[in-house]
Design a protein around this ligand. Structure first.
Ligand code: FES
Length: 93
């Protein structure tokens, strides 16, 4: 079972392979905020600290949005990410 570590909250959460971060956050109290839940508002921007390849691949619309926001390479939209293996994230400043 993969571990989703949320550095900002000092939490290590066991999740099913393929669990979406948004579903995990609905069951746990975390600092990750969600708005549109559809990759269109940027409220859920996270920084991937470790093992970025253990998140689901970026779809075009997430990529386009992050480019528009001039996001850094280690940033993702939490509402668009599924956990495939151990990964560490934090809330993006
Ligand atoms: S909640 Fe709006 S982009 Fe993720």
């Amino acid at each position: 079972m993969p571990i989703l570590s949320i550095k900002t909250d000092k939490k290590n959460i066991n999740v099913e392979v393929g669990a979406s971060i948004i579903d995990v956050c609905e069951n746990e109290e975390t600092s990750i905020l969600f708005g549109c839940r559809d990759g269109a508002c940027g409220a859920c921007m996270i920084k991937v600290v470790d093992n970025p390849s253990n998140l689901s691949k970026m779809e075009d619309h997430e990529k386009d949005f992050l480019e528009t926001m001039a996001a850094r390479e280690d940033e993702r939209l939490a509402c668009q990410c599924k956990v495939l293996g151990d990964v560490t994230i934090e809330v993006s400043e």
